[in-house]
Design a protein around this ligand. Structure first.
Ligand code: NAX
Length: 328
C-alpha cells in the first residue's frame, strides 16, 4: 500500500461535507489504490456534529481510510495536509452588504491561508469551494506566501458539469458525448459557459452557438441560475452535485485530464486571454497530474469576449474590495 495522503476538509459538518467525506473515505477522490487520512476542521459550535460524522465514517469500515481527526484549530487541521478542501464559509446573512460578506470570509480564509503556509505538506494543493469562491481563494493564496500560487484553485467544476448536461440535452446526445466545455470568469451569475469550442456528438459546438437566441436566452441563464433552481426545488442548496464536482476537480488535478479534452477551474491568472495578473479566474484548463495549465490559443468570439470581460470586471471589483479591507 502507498503512503496515505492527508486530506483536510473544512466545513466538515456541513451539507457538502456530508456527501464529500463518505466518497473520499470510499477512495473516490484519489483512486482506489491511495489510502487517505482525513482531518476535519469545524468551528467550535459544530465540532460535535463533525464528531458524529467521524463516527459514521468509522462505521463504514472503509479499507482505504486510515484515520479521521476532528478539530477546530486550523494549525492542527492543516498539519501535513497534502490536499486541502476549503468548503466551510460564511454565508450571506440578511441585509449583509458585499463588503461585509468579503470581510467575514476574509476572517476565515486569511487565517486558513496562513495555517496552510505554516503547517501543510510541501506539496499541498488547495481547492476553495466556499463562496465567494474566487475571492476566498485569492485571500487564502495571498496569505500563504510560501506556497506557489498555482497550487490554489477555486471551484467552477459544478458550473462546468451543469453546462455539459444542459448542452447535451439541447443537442439530443448523452453527456459523455460533450467535450471541451469552458467556464470563464467568476463563480457567480456573471460566469460565462462557452460552447464555441465544444465538440458535441462529434459536431463542432460552434454550430449550436449560431442560435444566439437559445445561447443568450436559455443556455447561459439556465447554467448561471441552476443553483437557485435547485434551492427552489429542494429547499436547500446543491449538496451531492457539489461534492461530486469536488471529486471531479481533484481527480483531474491529480490524475490528469483525459487526452483531447479539458475542464474548467479558477486559477491564478498570469495574463492569459487578457485577464489581469493575479486574479483567481476560471479558464479552460488541462492537468498532466502535476498541475493545471490554461488551454492556450483559443479564438474568442466577440459574443464571448463581451461576457468574459463582464465577469473579469466583477472579479477586479471583488479584488479591489478585499484589498480595501486589507485582506490581500
Ligand atoms: P453548510 O452551511 O451546510 O456548511 C458549511 C459549514 O462550514 C458549516 O458546518 C459551518 O459550521 C462550517 N464553517 C463555517 N466557518 C468555518 C470555519 N472558519 N472553519 C471551518 N468550518 C467552518 O454549507 P454547504 O452547503 O456545505 O456549502 C459550503 C460552501 O460551498 C458554501 O459557501 C456554498 O456557498 C459553497 N458552494 C460552492 C460551490 C462552488 O461551485 N464553488 C457550489 C456549492 C456550494 O454552493
Amino acid at each position: 500500500m502507498t503512503t496515505p495522503v492527508t486530506v483536510t476538509v473544512t466545513g466538515a459538518a456541513g451539507m457538502i461535507g456530508y456527501s464529500l467525506l463518505f466518497r473520499t473515505g470510499a477512495g473516490q477522490l484519489l483512486g482506489a489504490s491511495t489510502p487517505v487520512r482525513l482531518r476535519l476542521l469545524e468551528i467550535p459550535q459544530a465540532v460535535r456534529v463533525a464528531e458524529g460524522v467521524a463516527m459514521e465514517l468509522d462505521d463504514c469500515a472503509f479499507p482505504l481510510l486510515m484515520d479521521v481527526e476532528v478539530t477546530d484549530d486550523p494549525r492542527v487541521a492543516f498539519d501535513g495536509a497534502n490536499v486541502a478542501l476549503l468548503v466551510g464559509a460564511r454565508p450571506r446573512g440578511k441585509g449583509m452588504e458585499r463588503a461585509d460578506l468579503l470581510g467575514a470570509n476574509g476572517a476565515i480564509f486569511g487565517p486558513q491561508g496562513r495555517a496552510i503556509n505554516d503547517a501543510a505538506a510541501d506539496d499541498v494543493r488547495v481547492l476553495v469551494v466556499g463562496n465567494p469562491a474566487n475571492s476566498n481563494a485569492l485571500i487564502a493564496a495571498s496569505n500563504a506566501p510560501d506556497v506557489p500560487k498555482e497550487r490554489f484553485s477555486a471551484m467552477t467544476r459544478l458550473d462546468h458539469n451543469r453546462a455539459m448536461s444542459q448542452l447535451a440535452r439541447h443537442a439530443g446526445v448523452h453527456v459523455s458525448q460533450v467535450r471541451r466545455m469552458s467556464i470563464w470568469g467568476n463563480h457567480s451569475a456573471t460566469q460565462y459557459p462557452d460552447v464555441f469550442h465544444t465538440v458535441v456528438g462529434g459536431r463542432p459546438g460552434v454550430e449550436l452557438a449560431e442560435d444566439t437566441a437559445w445561447l443568450a436566452g436559455e443556455f447561459i441563464p439556465t447554467v448561471a441560475q441552476r443553483g437557485a433552481a435547485i434551492i427552489e426545488a429542494r429547499g436547500s442548496s446543491s449538496q451531492a452535485s457539489a461534492a461530486d464536482a469536488i471529486i471531479d476537480h481533484v481527480r483531474d488535478w491529480y490524475l490528469g485530464t483525459p487526452e483531447g479534452d479539458w475542464t474548467s477551474a479558477g486559477v491564478w491568472s498570469t495574463g492569459h486571454y487578457g485577464v489581469p495578473d493575479g486574479l483567481m479566474c476560471s479558464f479552460p484548463v488541462t492537468s498532466d497530474g502535476k498541475g493545471w495549465s490554461v488551454v492556450d490559443g483559443l479564438e474568442i468570439a466577440p459574443f464571448s469576449r463581451e461576457r468574459i470581460d463582464a465577469s473579469i470586471a466583477e472579479l477586479v471589483e471583488e479584488r479591489e474590495a478585499v484589498r480595501a479591507l486589507g485582506l490581500v
